[in-house]
Design a protein around this ligand. Structure first.
Ligand code: SF4
Length: 391
């Protein structure tokens, strides 16, 4: 799972130079469109949001396969310079500067419309209690302004919307953060703090988002901020993202899940999908059997008290036995929750994520993370992928 080499960016295209030199004034909502000049939009005045959030909010027209709406309003900081990191699996990475302006880049398989922050807050604040959103999440990116601007977006939200009605999560960018930044976000009302480790091991981290791709992140800095979050936000209020299928073994991924649980946190798990335009777009998506085993193992560890030490693995690090009685395993598989999108909880149940943005890690034709409750037919397919037939 070796990323491509990032190409050299001509100096005249670096740092959002095209958008800055055109300096087109933004006029409200901007729907990504490569045929027009991209306006010069900046957080905290502007944020981008997932296509699913934009449809749910009524900003974009569209329908989502087998979903009515998303329960998480994902907001992403935006700047003409974009994210200054170069993570190999990410559509927002810096190496795309020459090809596409930041606000036009696909990210997690979809476009991210840009919207004035005030308009987002206004729309939700009109009736927060009746909002379809169970949670709002601010995704920081690697940019010198992202710490300050996250604070501003959080303040704009909590000034109008009770965070107990719609709690706020922070998807952090540890590279630019200090302990003080973590504390400030908690003091301002953030509910959950997550760190996108993404890679399951330090070697994969380095290869996909560190020195290997001329990116500034380091495994140790990510863990430093994660440990601050553990102390400041407390048990069950911090967690880490893991992408499965970037070269780690199933044991590597589940050992990390166990470590996070032992620390008092949660893991939010995604299936690797080769994002178009990313440095890993030539690589295969995670085989479904591998993904399902790790998804199931993670659920058993996170919510059913199973332990990685109680599981058996083969010589390739694949799960050979989940270490729980067959009847329990069958009940967990049939309940289907283990195979839904994972992320910070919503209002339905602790183990049902608000973050159900559909088809972020697969096409709808071959769902990796189900953004809805899988039905009997889906469970049959999952069992075939797991190669566990019903008794
Ligand atoms: S820091 Fe986040 S947004 Fe930036 S390139 Fe890496 S994964 Fe993408």
């Amino acid at each position: 799972m070796q990323p491509r080499e990032p190409a050299r960016i001509p100096i005249e295209l670096k740092n959002g130079a095209r958008v800055k030199s055109n300096n087109v004034e933004p006029q409200g909502v901007y729907l990504p469109n490569y045929n027009v000049l991209t306006p010069a939009m900046r957080s905290p005045e502007y944020v981008q949001m997932s296509t699913a959030a934009a449809i749910t909010l009524g900003i974009m027209k569209g329908r989502m396969y087998r979903c009515e709406c998303t329960r998480c309003l994902n907001l992403l900081l935006t700047y003409p310079e974009g994210c200054r990191a170069n993570c190999a699996y990410c559509g927002l990475a810096r190496h795309r500067e020459a090809e596409r302006d930041y606000a036009d880049r696909n990210f997690i398989r979809v476009d991210w419309p840009a919207v004035p922050t005030e308009q987002v807050v206004d729309t939700v604040a009109r009736d927060a209690a009746a909002s379809p959103f169970h949670r709002m999440c601010i995704s920081m990116i690697t940019h010198p302004r992202s710490d300050e601007d996250t604070v501003s977006v959080l303040k704009a939200w909590t000034a109008r919307i009770d965070p107990s009605a719609i709690p706020v999560s922070i998807l952090s960018n540890p590279t630019t953060m200090t302990r003080e930044d973590v504390k400030r976000l908690r003091d301002l009302g953030a509910d959950i703090f997550t760190v996108a480790l993404d890679a399951a091991t330090s070697e994969i981290f380095d290869r996909t988002r560190g020195k290997g791709v001329q990116s500034p992140h380091s495994w140790s800095k990510y863990w430093e901020i994660l440990m601050h979050a553990r102390e400041i936000f407390g048990p069950q209020k911090f967690g880490a993202h893991i992408i499965v299928g970037m070269g780690e073994t199933e044991h590597d991924a589940l050992a990390l899940v166990q470590k996070l649980v032992d620390l008092g946190g949660h893991s939010h798990m995604f299936c690797f999908f080769p994002e178009k335009g990313s440095l890993m777009d030539h690589l295969p998506a995670t085989p479904r059997d591998q993904w399902r085993r790790v998804q199931l193992g993670r659920y058993l560890i996170d919510y059913r008290g199973a332990r990685v030490e109680g599981m058996k693995f083969d010589g390739e690090g694949r799960v050979a036995d989940f270490g729980v009685p067959q009847s329990e395993l069958d009940a967990v598989i049939d309940a289907g929750t283990a195979f839904r999108t994972s992320g910070c909880p919503g209002k339905f149940a602790e183990d049902v994520s608000a973050c159900d943005r559909p088809y972020g890690d697969s096409p709808p034709s071959n769902v990796a993370s189900y953004p809805f409750q899988p039905n009997k037919r889906d469970i049959g397919k999952i069992r075939r992928q797991l190669r566990i037939v019903p008794r």
